[in-house]
Design a protein around this ligand. Structure first.
Ligand code: ADP
Ligand code: MG
Ligand code: MG
Ligand code: MG
Ligand code: MG
Length: 443
């Protein structure tokens, strides 16, 4: 373990920490905060801190609302930025019932449970490296976010500094101060679109890191007068924001997807894992692409996947095998977007891959050609199916898939589908600007 309870208390005192944010995440991937003054830290570290679970979306009913927060001391970090209340730190927490059992609606617990399944099959860890994309938009005179970027706003052409680039630089340096190992950061294809990649780690740490990453990106953008958004498709006809998930398993401390003797230097485990992901791809999309807007990104022409296929070469299929081998051997799942709940998204991906390994599911042949350019009959001949085209289709698939439902557990599954059907129906009833433009004068 990185930090003991005593370490956290000592460092907090040494650094003059005044407030601690106890963080956790709801089923929908929204970061929650319970802030406590430093005087309460000891109590919190003894797991004596209670909060009202009924106040959190998708958690529990009022009658059973008492929940306990158990801070994970390894997640202790002091915020490098200062606020009016001085030095602040945070701890990510697990959520427990009053009887001392883990709360099954806690996404972090769901991921822990799936990681245990991997251990039972002899894998020490799932490693994940995410590639988070996001847009930074200008805010108007009132400070409200627009969908105009500095790149596209020509009245800003004369601005001496590029707001987006300097915001991204500060994001990178802030993340580094918080212990992130940043591997790359660059402007993406869309105007105002950026990507920051950090080094892979075990699945639980990476899910925590993704939550922290999104928080930092928003805070730093705001400091620069910009609004950062992880919305998958904020602007029509312009590339959406994804969050590719690079993943691998380790066995006996070694990368279990690498086999110098195997076809393409990939192990049997790797092929089965791909087979499992492909088998459950439709259902798990409801979790990895969990909002109405996610499906406006999963369309052809923008490097986002539309078809369920894999390739060692090109970037149009759902799963790509990057060229690196040895310890870097991994598969890249290209469908997820950064609005998902990372704990749940990693849970369903892992469960799908493990199902492939358990049942020796072989993937179909790799498709090394551009799938976007194939006609319908060719797709049918090659047996290439497409991903769900809407949240509705994805939910229907999720309801049919026992492996993915099990990965979520009944509590999370029930709350998730209930809320997501409500979200879909609310959208379905809405009359959009597109319909007005198309039909109002025509009929
Ligand atoms: P791309 O070529 O798709 O743009 P990037 O270089 O942007 O990929 O990101 C690669 C990601 O994969 C990084 O987060 C990196 O840490 C991660 N990665 C590297 N090796 C592994 C591995 N063995 N398992 C999981 N992720 C890995
Ligand atoms: Mg990348
Ligand atoms: Mg790259
Ligand atoms: Mg990218
Ligand atoms: Mg990628």
């Amino acid at each position: 373990n990185k930090y003991s309870k005593e370490d956290v208390l000592r460092i907090s005192n040494e650094q003059g920490v005044e407030f601690i944010h106890l963080q956790f995440c709801d089923i929908f991937g929204i970061l929650k905060n319970v802030s406590i003054p430093i005087e309460e830290l000891d109590k919190a570290l003894n797991n004596e801190l209670m909060f009202d679970g009924s106040s959190i979306d998708g958690f529990v009913r009022i009658e059973e609302s008492d929940m306990y927060l158990r801070p994970d001391t390894d997640t202790f970090v002091i915020f490098p930025w200062r606020t009016s209340s001085g030095v602040e730190a945070r701890l990510i927490c697990d959520i427990y019932n009053p009887d001392g059992t883990p709360f099954e609606g806690d996404p972090r617990f769901v991921l822990r449970r799936n990681i245990e399944e991997a251990k039972k099959l002899g894998f020490d860890a799932m490693n994940v490296g995410p590639e988070c994309e996001f847009y930074m938009f200008l805010t108007d005179e009132k400070g409200n976010p627009t969908t105009v970027t500095q790149d596209s706003a020509n009245y800003f052409d004369m601005a001496p500094v590029d707001l987006g680039e300097s915001a991204r630089k500060e994001m990178v340096s802030t993340l580094k101060q918080m212990g992130f190992d940043i591997e790359a950061s660059h402007h993406e294809v869309g105007p105002g679109q950026h990507e920051i990649d950090f080094k892979y780690d075990n699945a639980l740490t990476t899910a925590d890191n993704i939550m922290t990453f999104k928080m930092v990106v928003r805070i730093i953008a705001q400091k620069h007068g910009l609004h950062a958004t992880f919305m998958p498709k904020p602007v029509h006809r312009i590339a959406g924001s994804g969050m590719h998930m690079n993943q691998s398993l380790t066995k006996d401390g070694k990368n279990a997807f690498y086999d110098p003797e195997g076809p393409m230097e990939l192990s049997q485990y790797c092929y089965y894992y791909i087979g499992g992901l492909m088998k459950h791809a439709k259902a798990l999309t409801a979790v990895t692409n969990s909002i109405v807007n996610s499906y406006k990104r999963l369309v052809s022409g923008f490097e986002a996947p539309v078809y369920i296929a894999w390739s060692g070469r090109n970037r149009s299929p759902l799963i790509r095998i990057p060229a690196k081998r040895g310890n870097s051997t991994r598969i890249e799942l290209r469908s997820p977007d950064p609005t998902n709940n990372p704990y749940l998204a990693l849970s369903v991906a892992l469960a799908a891959g493990l199902d492939g390994i358990k049942n020796k599911i072989l993937p179909p042949k790799a498709v090394d050609r551009n799938i976007y350019k194939m006609g319908r009959s060719e797709l049918e001949d090659l047996n290439i199916e497409r991903l769900p085209a809407s949240l509705e289709e994805a939910l229907i698939e999720l309801e049919k898939d026992e492996v993915i439902k099990n990965a979520l557990g009944s509590h999370v599954y029930n709350k998730f589908v209930e809320a997501k059907w409500a979200e879909w129906n609310s959208y379905r009833n809405y009359v959009t600007q597109w319909e007005i433009e198309q039909y109002l004068t025509k009929f």
